[in-house]
Design a protein around this ligand. Sequence first.
Ligand code: OSB
Ligand code: MG
Length: 369
Amino acid sequence: MLINRVELREIRLPLVHFFETSFGRTTERRIVLVRVHDGEGGEGWGECTAGEGPFYCEEWTESAWHTLKTYLAPMVLGHEIDGASGIFPLMKAVRGNRMAKAALETACWDLEAKRAGVPLWKHLGGVQSEIACGVSIGIQDTIEQLLEKIELELNAGYQRIKIKIKPGWDINVLEKVRARFPEIRLMGDANSAYSLADAPLFRAMDEFDLMMIEQPLAFDDMLDHAVLQKQVKTPICLDESIRTPADAGHAIDLKACRIINVKLGRVGGHSEAQRVERICRERNIAAWCGGMLESGIGRAHNIAMATLKGFTLPGDVSASSRYWEEDIIDPPVTITPNGTIIAPDAPGLGFEVNRQRIERLTVRQEVVE
Ligand code: OSB
Ligand code: MG
């Protein structure tokens, strides 16, 4: 296989409801899409999961655009490779920038699966034809609004509820949510809003019987998380801290977490995600698929990844309609009444990319050949 053309596009896509975390509020996504061509009529699509600013991690829409255009696309173009697993190594000279790399790498996986005529999830080695889904609910203006949202998502069938927490929107909120919904699978995600000095707060959260608490401490830390995990019963789940398969191994060695959130962009694409999944599976650490407010293309890639055997807990992969008035794939992603998504049968991503709609949403475009 050989990539002879890489197309970059930035689209703007307004969210149906703002999404707020401890690091800020998003109302409109700026998404970089990548389309790769093999010169034989084959193409594949990928999505960059970087945010609009460098707040979740160092990457953002603008940095990914320039990195893809200036460095990554030229490194990949024109090289004969055995398959999509050969793409990540071609980009080795660029350090970090894994979300930019993943956008290109995942596009090549879609292309390869289409060339093979098989659904991407099977091509990756996925074994679950139906994946379990949860939702991530952002910080709301009032607790009443949050409770209403939770009710709505539970009625839709979602299997677990994650709420975002930050100082001032944590214990008080969890207490009310737990009182109203005593039985549900519930968790909190802090997006690094706390420090070890807050250990007593996390000990107090033990009484809410949370499935896990996600990334309570610094985005680049493992040692403090290991200290905190010793002091609390609730499992710690790492998100931001796990950027590579080596990170996953180190976090497990250090007992910094008991659960890992795997994000395709954060680890650099499908090949690296497969390695993280394998480490989790072999070392009995539960893994689940995280989300980054993806459009349909990134969402379809997440679904494919989440069919791997090690993804044993409900992910943050949910229906298109929770995010978008109209998605850029057809059909949009929907969930079953049991809170699952059925992996698609069609080759590659398994959803039709709506080019007309993408064309209308595009604010800039670049072709690297
Ligand atoms: O920490 O998991 C996170 C969204 C943007 C940045 C970070 C995170 C999230 C989510 C949303 O929780 C998950 C989703 O619904 O896509
Ligand atoms: Mg998170």
